[in-house]
Write a protein that binds this ligand. Structure first.
Ligand code: ZN
Length: 413
């Protein structure tokens, strides 16, 4: 009986010793408690005081009493128990869109700062560090895991602010590829959103009348413009996106640019649209319904194809007439009927107008607004747009034979 009882007792003692040793291992392997800041070294990097203010506000907006956050995925994790799969390196975070865009000196006064990332982010307020100079009280909130909002107290007209997003982290743990810096202000010369204006895209022999040369670029020139835009890091956006930014403060990609074609010339359809489709770019075509399907004007079918491919159709008058001094009856035709015909035939909503010959007036702008147009385009050669001038947007034109380098000088960036 004694040997029989000794064995279980011995086993019990051994089990106790082994269990004690096993329990002690993780405790011994556990790193000494470290303050949370050491897990986020960038948060503690020296920086100017406005950033510290931003960081403090972000910490205040979040969970209080965050002193120690052991995160199982941090590099400090004990390695005594190796896991089966190695953690992949997190992708660096890119900013896709923002409001303001860099250099906008006439941002809507009430617009918050928007930043749209390319991936879901860690929405803990302590993982975002930003600064605004001159200092503005501000706080962050997340509209979506990819969409950060920074609200500020009212800004002053005529002051140039600088917003810098220094730290933001993805859910996977990736850091910003580079800090985001945006200069902006209110009441200044406008947002750098050039709208390029084209009419004919055709090959000429150069002996044509000056008027023809002025309103035509060659297919090669057009492709050179697209190449230049790409080289400059520009992003072609739709006219609707540009107007949404100006009117509602919705975010845009950096260096946004809009492409427009007036008059519905088939050569533009044949020579420019394939290059745009190839690159996945969009544009707006301004046409006069009275001439659709006529000799040398796009057909309704071609316009419907453009709409199907994501292009925008705008009105250019019912007929191609000056619209700066129309009677109500004339406005009904040039603005009202033009819009209705285009909408009936293409199924798309028509919200934009281009003034034939570039002739505009306050009266025409008021009439257009009454007919439901959101914006109208002039031929005033300037690469900036002001939110108060949605009915007088500027456009840049290039003439036949002008090298693409000339376009570079006309662009605002
Ligand atoms: Zn025209």
């Amino acid at each position: 009986m004694i040997p029989g009882s000794r064995v279980p007792l011995f086993a019990l003692i051994m089990a106790y010793v082994i269990a004690g040793a096993l329990l002690a291992r993780p405790l011994l392997a556990e790193p000494a408690p470290t303050p949370a800041r050491s897990q986020h070294p960038l948060l503690m990097a020296p920086r100017p005081s406005p950033t510290a203010i931003g960081a403090r506000i972000s910490a205040m907006a979040g969970v209080t009493g965050v002193t120690r956050q052991p995160e199982p995925t941090t590099p400090e994790e004990p390695t005594a128990m190796p896991t089966a799969t190695p953690t992949p390196t997190p992708r660096p975070v890119q900013v896709l869109r923002s409001c303001p865009i860099d250099g906008d000196m006439d941002l809507l006064s009430a617009a918050p700062i928007h930043i749209v990332f390319d991936q879901p982010m860690d929405t803990d307020p302590s993982s975002v560090v930003w600064s605004i100079t001159p200092t503005l009280e501000s706080r962050v909130e997340w509209l979506a895991p990819e969409h950060l909002l920074v609200r500020t107290v009212p800004r002053e007209d005529g002051v140039q602010y600088r917003f810098v997003l220094e730290v933001a982290r993805s859910r996977e743990g990736g850091d910003l590829e580079r800090p985001l810096a945006l200069r902006f202000g209110q009441g200044g010369m406008g947002a750098p959103i050039p709208i390029l204006m084209y009419h004919h895209i055709d090959l000429l022999d150069g002996t044509e009348p000056a008027d023809t040369l002025e309103w035509t670029v060659s297919p090669q020139q057009f492709v050179a413009h697209l190449n230049l835009l790409e080289e400059l890091g520009a992003h072609v956006v739709s006219l609707g996106e540009a107007v949404d930014y100006l009117q509602r403060g919705e975010p845009l990609p950096p260096r946004p640019v809009v492409l427009t074609f007036d008059d519905g010339n088939p050569c533009a359809y044949e020579n420019a649209v394939p290059a745009l489709r190839e690159r996945g770019l969009t544009a707006t075509f301004f046409v006069c319904p009275a001439y659709i399907g006529d000799y040398n004007v796009l057909s309704w079918e071609q316009l419907r194809h453009l709409v199907e491919d994501g292009f925008t159709i705008g009105a250019h008058g019912y007929q191609h007439v000056k619209v700066h001094a129309l009677s109500p009856a004339e406005a009904e035709v040039q603005f009202g009927l033009a819009k209705r015909r285009l909408e009936e035939e293409t199924g798309a909503q028509v919200e934009f107008f281009a003034y034939p010959f570039g002739w505009f007036s306050r009266r025409a702008a008021a009439q257009l607004a009454a007919y439901g147009y959101r914006a109208a385009l002039t031929i005033n050669p300037w690469g900036y747009q002001k939110p108060a001038d949605l009915m007088y947007l500027n456009r840049i034109r290039m003439a036949y034979g002008e090298p693409a380098d000339e376009l570079r000088y006309k662009l605002p960036w």
